[in-house]
Design a protein. Structure first.
Length: 289
């Protein structure tokens, strides 16, 4: 029996613009998914297409047990975390010797297959390696770790990443003279933010600008706007949509002593808050128990 866990992720900057080769910054966060795999002749799995594909692609058979602190379908990378942790546990239980690079590569392939073509290479990379990652085109660079106090607000409004990505693509076809400069500006905000990662006030301002640009792209939602304004009013340095938008989650950067106030204000609107910070480990072996 082998148990491995993997963290969730948030986009701090640059979602949507990364799809067009602009820089983006994503970060692994504390809530984890944990997966236990046991060799078995009568395998029983959770009914997840991701898990089925992990077994099919490795050609082994086993039982799986999942525990998750990460809400699914909310843009926090839960499918990537489940896939990476399952592959790591399979590799361990069956002695396949996958490296982290191999796990990140296989996890991305599995996500592409299950999601029929479109999958974020960011999610699988960040959950496998942990840390703060600068993504530019196909290149990924880990940035120095920072102690960022984040509060995530989950609107509980369901959304589709594929539809949001499509929405931006259509806007770009219709009015490239408007949409391209917005994507360019998101890239510029991301590069400015990379220089301010250890300065919460300017970093928060970058988040506010990035949020306004995402709204301008048309991926906002009234519930996201409400939570962003609520977090700022409760003392956040800055707040923005995180991930594809159209529902899902927002993220706020907070002074340490304002985390609980911001989380409480988000919960009071009927949304669900998560207080979190950086995960530097990525996939990790857990004690079986
Ligand atoms: C979704 O979490 C982030 C997007 O930029 C899509 C992607 O990076 O694949 C919208």
């Amino acid at each position: 029996m082998a148990t491995w866990s993997a963290p969730g992720k948030v986009f701090l900057f640059g979602e949507h613009a990364v799809v067009y080769g602009k820089p983006g910054v994503a970060m692994a966060i504390r809530p984890r998914v944990s997966v236990t795999v046991r060799k078995s002749r009568n395998p029983s799995h959770a009914r997840s297409p991701y898990i089925e594909e992990c077994f099919r692609s490795t050609g082994v058979q086993g039982s799986v047990y999942i525990r998750s602190q990460l809400p699914s379908s909310s843009g926090l990378g839960s499918s990537a975390a489940v896939t990476a942790a399952t592959l790591a546990a399979i590799s361990d239980e069956f002695g396949l010797g996958f490296s982290r690079d191999e796990i990140a590569r296989r996890a991305h392939e599995i996500e592409r297959k299950v999601q029929k073509g479109r999958a974020s290479p960011t999610d699988t990379y960040v959950t496998t390696f942990g840390g703060i990652v600068l993504i530019t085109g196909d290149s990924k660079r880990r940035l120095p770790p920072q102690n960022l106090n984040l509060v995530i607000g989950n609107t509980l409004v369901s959304h589709s990443t594929a539809k949001m990505v499509e929405h931006v693509a259509r806007g770009r076809e219709r009015t490239p003279e408007i949409v391209d400069p917005i994507l360019e500006a998101i890239g510029a905000v991301t590069m400015r933010a990379v220089k301010s990662l250890n300065k919460p006030q300017p970093l928060g301002r970058c988040m506010d600008i990035n949020h306004a640009l995402l709204d301008a792209l048309g991926v906002g939602h009234p519930e996201l706007s409400k939570l962003v304004l609520t977090a700022r009013a409760a003392g956040a340095f800055g707040a923005k949509i995180t991930g594809a938008g159209g529902g899902g989650c927002m993220v706020a950067l907070c002074p340490k002593n304002a985390k609980s106030r911001v989380a409480g204000a988000i919960d009071a609107t009927g949304a669900r808050s998560i207080i979190t910070t950086l995960d530097t480990e990525g996939i990790r072996r857990e004690k079986n128990g």
